[in-house]
Design a protein around this ligand. Structure first.
Ligand code: AMP
Ligand code: ZN
Length: 119
């Protein structure tokens, strides 16, 4: 999509601090972090928001969640914990109209907790 900043980041036309990428997804650091660690995980496909998902996006979204879990492991926040947020529409705080999952983590006050089955 023309003029979509996240499509431009996906294509390498706009720089970003990329933490992961493959054919279908890219993850990069948020330019104005709202937590000590703030990463955005996006599909390269231009989907506007959760409201715009269709049946054909089922597999993509499944992959997106598994990938986000792997990124959390890679950056070592899995055990301590993190927040995942989708803002949907203006009323939900969405500013960029390209689907993105916020991964927020790194608060010092968060206590280590052992969750059964966590790596
Ligand atoms: P949302 O409010 O859910 O649409 O979130 C959009 C997020 O994108 C905000 O947290 C912004 O700080 C972030 N953002 C906007 N432009 C860029 C950019 N060029 N690189 C990285 N993050 C960005
Ligand atoms: Zn886009």
């Amino acid at each position: 999509m023309e003029n979509c900043i996240f499509c431009k980041i996906s294509k390498g036309e706009v720089p970003a601090e990329i933490v992961y990428q493959d054919d279908e997804f890219i993850a990069f650091k948020d330019i104005k972090p709202k937590a000590p660690i703030h990463i955005l995980v996006i599909p390269k496909k231009h989907i506007i928001s959760i409201n715009h998902l269709s049946q054909e996006d089922k597999e993509l979204m499944g992959k997106m969640f598994l990938l986000t879990k792997e990124i959390a492991e890679k950056i070592k926040v899995s055990k301590k914990g993190y927040k995942l947020v989708f803002n949907v529409g203006r009323g939900g705080g969405q500013v960029i109209d390209h689907l993105h999952l916020h991964l927020l983590a790194g608060w010092e006050s968060t206590k280590d907790r052992d969750i059964p089955g966590m790596p």
